[in-house]
Ligand binder design. Structure first.
Ligand SMILES: Cc1cc2nc3c(=O)[nH]c(=O)nc-3n(C[C@H](O)[C@H](O)[C@H](O)COP(=O)(O)OP(=O)(O)OC[C@H]3O[C@@H](n4cnc5c(N)ncnc54)[C@H](O)[C@@H]3O)c2cc1C
Length: 389
C-alpha cells in the first residue's frame, strides 16, 4: 500500500525545544509539521519565564528585547542562616507568551507548518513511515520528534525510558505575586536548605509591584503546596510585608537532574522536558541539535536509531559532564544539613568569585581549589553525598 506523506518530520509539542527542532530541520530543507494541542501558541503561558544570558549564548541565540520584561544582574544564593553569595551574570525575566510567539514566528518563517489545537494521541510505526493519530486525523511522516514536555505521554506509549533518574524530577509550584515594590530588585534570590528539600525556593522580581515566588522540591511527592505556603509566610517576614496578593499559581515538574536516557529510537527523537533536558536555553540548544540531525537523516534516507544517535553524541559532548556535575551537586545539597550548607556557603560569602570561568569541569575544579585555600574543612561537607537517604 502506498501512503502519501504529509511531511518529512512531524514535531509533537511547541515547547521551546520543539520549536527550535522544527525551525532548524526546516532551515536544512526538511518539510516539517509542528502540532500543538493548545489553541494558541503561548496561551496560557508556561510558568518557566527566567533564564541566564550564558545559556542562550551556548545555543548561539540572541536574546530579543521584544519578549524581555526585566533585565537582571544575576542571582543571590541564600543559605539557611541568611548568608548570601552573589553570582553576577546577566539574566532575564520573560513575557512567556511573547517569547513563544517570537519563536513560533521564526519557525513559520523557516517554512514550518504549525497546526494548533491538534493533539497527538498515538505514534505508530508502519512500513517505512510513522503515523501520528491526532485529534484532527492521521498524519504520516518519515520520522517524528517528540517534544510534549516532562509528562511525555507519547514517550510512554512508545515504551521509551527517557530519564535515568525519573524519581528526581523537582516538583514545583510557582505563583505570580503582588506587593508594593517587590518587582524592583535586580537580582533573583534562590534559597536553599530544608525550606526547599533537594533544590530551591525562588523570588524573581519582574518590575513594579510584581514578582514570582517558586518552590522546587525533590523526593517529597508531587504536591509541594505545603512547602510553598511556608515559603510565602517566610518571604513576607523576610521582606516585612503585611500584604501579599497571590495572583495565580501554576504547578509542574522540572527534570533538573534526571539525566537523559533514551533520546532516539527508529524514526523517533525526543527533546526538551520529554527527554529529561531541563531549562529553556539548554532545551533550545538540544532542539537545534535534534532538528539538524533529523534533517540530515531524512536527506540521507536513513532514520534508523543508529543514524539518529548522532544527536545523542552531540548532546553528550556539550552537556553530559555538566548534567552529571549538576546531579552530584544537587544530590549533595539534598543530603546536607542546614548547618553544613551554612558552613560551606560561608566560604564564598563576600568573595569575588568571577574568576571561576570555563567549562563545567574547570569550574568545578576551580571551586574545589578555592575551598581548599579558603576553608578546607568545608570540603568535608561533600561527605554528605555518601549518606544513604
Ligand atoms: C513551575 C516551573 C517553573 C520553571 N521555571 C523555569 C525557568 O524560569 N527557567 C527555565 O529555564 N526553566 C524553568 N523550568 C523548567 C522548564 O519548564 C523546562 O525545562 C522547559 O520549559 C522545557 O519545556 P518542556 O520541553 O518540558 O516542554 P513544555 O514547555 O512543557 O512544552 C510541551 C508542549 O507540548 C504540548 N503538548 C503536550 N502534549 C501534547 C500532545 N499530545 N500533542 C500536542 N501537543 C502536546 C504542550 O501543550 C506544550 O506546549 C520550570 C519548570 C516548572 C515546572
Amino acid at each position: 500500500m502506498v501512503t502519501s506523506m504529509n511531511a518529512d518530520i512531524i514535531v509533537i509539542g511547541a515547547s521551546p525545544a520543539g520549536m527550535m527542532a522544527a525551525r532548524n530541520a526546516s532551515l536544512k530543507g526538511a518539510s516539517v509539521i509542528l502540532i500543538e494541542k493548545k489553541e494558541q501558541i503561548g496561551h496560557p503561558p508556561h510558568p518557566a519565564n527566567t533564564f541566564f544570558k550564558g545559556m542562550f549564548d551556548r545555543a548561539g541565540e540572541m536574546v530579543d528585547s521584544s519578549y524581555v520584561i526585566k533585565e537582571l544582574k544575576g542571582a543571590k544564593i541564600i543559605a539557611p542562616s541568611g548568608g548570601t553569595v552573589v553570582v553576577e551574570s546577566p539574566a532575564y525575566f520573560l513575557d512567556r507568551t511573547l517569547f513563544d510567539e517570537y519563536y513560533a514566528r521564526q519557525a513559520t518563517q523557516a517554512g514550518v507548518d504549525i497546526r494548533t489545537d491538534v493533539e497527538a494521541h498515538n505514534v505508530l510505526r508502519t512500513e517505512g513511515n510513522i503515523s501520528v493519530s491526532t485529534s484532527n486525523g492521521v498524519l504520516t511522516s518519515k520520522m517524528v520528534i517528540v517534544s510534549d514536555g516532562i509528562n511525555s505521554k507519547i514517550a510512554g506509549l512508545l515504551g521509551l525510558n527517557t530519564m535515568k533518574h525519573p524519581n528526581d524530577i523537582a516538583w514545583a509550584m510557582e505563583a505570580v505575586v503582588e506587593a508594593e515594590g517587590i518587582g524592583e530588585p535586580d537580582l533573583f534570590e534562590y534559597y536553599v536548605g530544608s525550606i526547599a528539600p533537594g533544590w530551591k525556593c525562588t523570588y524573581s522580581p519582574c518590575g513594579g509591584n510584581r514578582a514570582t515566588l517558586g518552590m522546587y522540591v525533590r523526593r517529597h511527592g508531587r504536591d509541594v503546596s505545603d512547602f510553598f505556603d511556608r515559603w510565602v509566610e517566610k518571604f513576607k517576614k523576610l521582606k516585612g510585608l503585611d500584604d501579599l496578593t497571590i495572583v495565580q499559581r501554576s504547578t509542574g515538574g522540572d527534570p533538573i537532574i534526571t539525566i537523559p536516557d533514551t533520546t532516539v529510537a527508529d524514526g523517533v527523537m525526543l527533546v526538551g522536558g520529554a527527554a529529561g533536558q531541563s531549562g529553556i536555553g539548554y532545551s533550545m540548544h538540544a532542539g537545534q541539535m535534534c532538528g539538524d540531525v533529523a534533517a540530515d537523516a531524512v536527506a540521507r534516507g536513513d532514520v534508523s536509531s543508529k543514524a539518529l544517535s548522532q544527536y545523542r553524541k552531540l548532546w553528550n559532548q556539550e552537556y553530559r559532564t555538566e548534567y552529571y556535575l549538576g546531579r552530584l551537586a544537587l544530590e549533595t545539597l539534598r543530603k546536607m544539613t542546614d548547618r553544613e550548607i551554612d558552613g560551606m556557603m560561608s566560604t564564598f560569602e563576600g568573595e569575588d568569585i568571577s574568576f571561576i570561568q570555563g567549562d563545567p569541569l574547570n569550574k568545578a575544579i576551580q571551586t574545589g581549589l578555592f575551598m581548599l585555600r579558603k576553608n578546607p574543612k568545608a570540603l568535608l561537607s561533600y561527605r554528605a553525598l555518601l549518606r544513604r537517604r
